[in-house]
Design a protein around this ligand. Structure first.
Ligand code: AMP
Length: 195
C-alpha cells in the first residue's frame, strides 16, 4: 500500500505528476482543488462557500477541508484500499495531523511526501500559462501572488514537519514532465523495493 502526498507550491506540477503516478502505480488520486471545483461546477452550497475562498486565493478553513477529505475517503473505501495520492492536501500543520489520524483509523499511514521544488518565477509563469489555457479563475497574476504568499506562510512549514518525520523527499520540479516523473519513480521504486 502506497500513500503519497504530492507537495509543492501552486504551479509546481502536482496535478500533472499525479496523473503520471496514477497511470504507473494504479493509485487513487484525490485532488482537493478538483473536489472543490467540482462542487462549484455542480452549484452546491459547499461550492458557493469554496468559491469565495478560492477566488480570493485563500485556504478553505481547516475543519471544513478535513471533513471534505474524510468524506472522500469514506465514499471510496474500496478504490482507496491499494493506496492514495493526496494532491493539494495537507496545506496546513492542522491538516497534516488530521491526515495522520485518518490514515491511522483506517489501519494505514503515509509512505512518503514528494516535494516538487520549482523556482518562484517559473511558478508564476506556469500558473499564468494554465490560466490562459484553462480559464481557471484563480490563475491570474494577482491571485497567483496571493496564493504564493499563502503557500509560504501556511503551507511551506510542512516541509520541516515532514522532514522531522523522515518522510520528505525533495524532487527538482523543473524540466520536462517526463524527466520529473522519472525522478519521482526512482524514489518510489526504491521505497517499494524496501517495503
Ligand atoms: P489547487 O487546485 O490545489 O491549487 O487548489 C485551489 C484552491 O482550492 C486553493 O487555492 C484553496 O483555495 C483551495 N484548496 C485546495 N485544497 C485545499 C486545502 N487542502 N486546504 C485549504 N484550501 C484548499
Amino acid at each position: 500500500m502506497l500513500n503519497i502526498v504530492i507537495f509543492g507550491a501552486p504551479g509546481s506540477g502536482k496535478g500533472t505528476q499525479s496523473d503520471k503516478l496514477i497511470e504507473h502505480y494504479g493509485l487513487f488520486h484525490i485532488s482537493t482543488g478538483d473536489v472543490l471545483r467540482d462542487h462549484i461546477r455542480r452549484g452546491t452550497a459547499l461550492g458557493a462557500t469554496a468559491k469565495q475562498y478560492i477566488d480570493a486565493g485563500r485556504l478553505i478553513p481547516d475543519e471544513l477541508m478535513i471533513d471534505i477529505l474524510a468524506d472522500v475517503l469514506d465514499d471510496n473505501r474500496e478504490a482507496t484500499a491499494a493506496g492514495v495520492i493526496f494532491d493539494g492536501f495537507p496545506r496546513t500543520i492542522a491538516q497534516a495531523g488530521a491526515l495522520e489520524n485518518m490514515l491511522a483509523d483506517r489501519g494505514t499511514a503515509l509512505s512518503t511526501v514528494i516535494g516538487l521544488e520549482v523556482a518562484e518565477e517559473e511558478l508564476i509563469e506556469r500558473i499564468l500559462n494554465r490560466g490562459r489555457l484553462t480559464g481557471r479563475s484563480d490563475d491570474t497574476l494577482e491571485t497567483a501572488r496571493k496564493r504564493l504568499d499563502v503557500y509560504h506562510n501556511q503551507t511551506s512549514p510542512l516541509r520541516n514537519y515532514y522532514k522531522e518525520r523522515g518522510l520528505y523527499h525533495a524532487v527538482q520540479g523543473s524540466g520536462g514532465i517526463d524527466a520529473v516523473a522519472e525522478r519521482i519513480s526512482r524514489h518510489l521504486d526504491a521505497i517499494t523495493a524496501d517495503a
